[in-house]
Design a protein around this ligand. Structure first.
Ligand SMILES: C[S@@+](CC[C@H](N)C(=O)[O-])C[C@H]1O[C@@H](n2cnc3c(N)ncnc32)[C@H](O)[C@@H]1O
Length: 273
């Protein structure tokens, strides 16, 4: 990591704000993707949910694989060199900058999350190439204009940007509000920018039961939506083929063993005309 090419914007001191008495979304998800950065409380609810709905493990892993394929497609086939990843989560294998900079070493990535534990681990997200740049913003999805303004210190808003919001919009309880937040973010991006979304969907009783158990745990609730609601986030954008599909079906790699796994998670990539 080179300090000249990476930076972190710190809100409050992270350790003072970390609550280990309730599960947290980033830590819970880290448990599901096989990471080590979670507490007992996250693992306990994680194990309960695995009993209720083992399919959530596939949702978590295959959604991360989708992130990798989407970032690779955007950097490789669309020439995108700038990424704004909101609701980043804890660092894991193949974070957005690692995928994008493997294709385009000069890619710039701004990560945004409001969880103090993600902030505490932010250095692992700041391992930029010399040619590129990474930054971390301790900021809130509910304040889109502030996020865009702070991201402008790293990203050039006269050139296309890929806005990635993966497995995060379910935290916004009201669908209309979630759509409005996405719209305000997209409105601030130049033409040729792309929106990338994936989210868990209410497409099986198991997923609905898992969501109810998570929401009863004291964590900030997570609401699973219908497929048509995921599609609604892309209104006004040109959907990239194959459109809104299960995360395993979005441009799978040839020979990908998970490509035919049915999962309760849908995704899409849309281009701003
Ligand atoms: C389930 S994790 C998803 C992590 C990662 N995007 C992925 O798909 O693997 C949701 C993330 O959204 C973050 N988050 C929740 N509400 C947020 C908000 N209002 N502003 C910014 N980040 C938020 C959480 O802290 C957490 O890291």
């Amino acid at each position: 990591m080179s300090d000249a090419h990476s930076e972190v914007t710190v809100g409050a001191k992270p350790s003072a704000r970390i609550d280990t008495s309730k599960p947290h979304s980033a830590r819970f998800w880290n448990y599901f993707v096989g990471g080590k950065d979670h507490y007992e409380v996250d693992q306990e609810i994680g194990d309960q949910i695995k009993e209720i709905f083992p399919g959530l493990v596939d949702v978590a892993l295959t959604s991360r694989h989708f992130l990798g394929r989407a970032a690779r497609y955007l950097a490789g086939e669309q020439g995108i060199r700038q990424f704004l990843d909101i609701g980043t989560g804890l660092p894991t294998a193949d974070n957005t900058h690692e995928v994008a900079q493997r294709v385009a070493p000069d890619a710039r990535i701004v990560y945004v999350d409001n969880d103090p534990i993600v902030l505490a681990h932010a250095n692992a997200l700041l391992t930029s190439t010399k040619q590129g740049r990474t930054a971390y913003l301790d900021a809130d999805l509910y304040e889109p204009e502030s996020v865009l303004e702070a991201a402008a210190a790293t990203l050039d808003f006269s050139r296309p940007i890929a806005l990635m919001i993966l497995n995060t919009l379910g935290h916004v309880a009201e669908y209309d509000q979630a759509r409005a937040l996405v719209r305000r973010l997209v409105d601030g991006l130049p033409p040729g920018s792309h929106l990338v979304i994936s989210d868990s969907t209410a497409t099986s009783q198991g997923m609905i039961a898992a969501s109810e158990a998570y929401n009863a745990s004291g964590a900030v609730p997570y609401y699973v939506r219908g497929v048509e609601e995921i599609a609604g986030f892309f209104d006004g954008l040109d959907l990239v083929e194959p459109g809104i599909v299960q995360v395993t079906e979005w441009r799978p790699d040839s020979g990908d063993a998970t490509a035919r796994t049915a999962v309760d998670a849908y995704c899409g990539v849309g281009r701003k005309p």
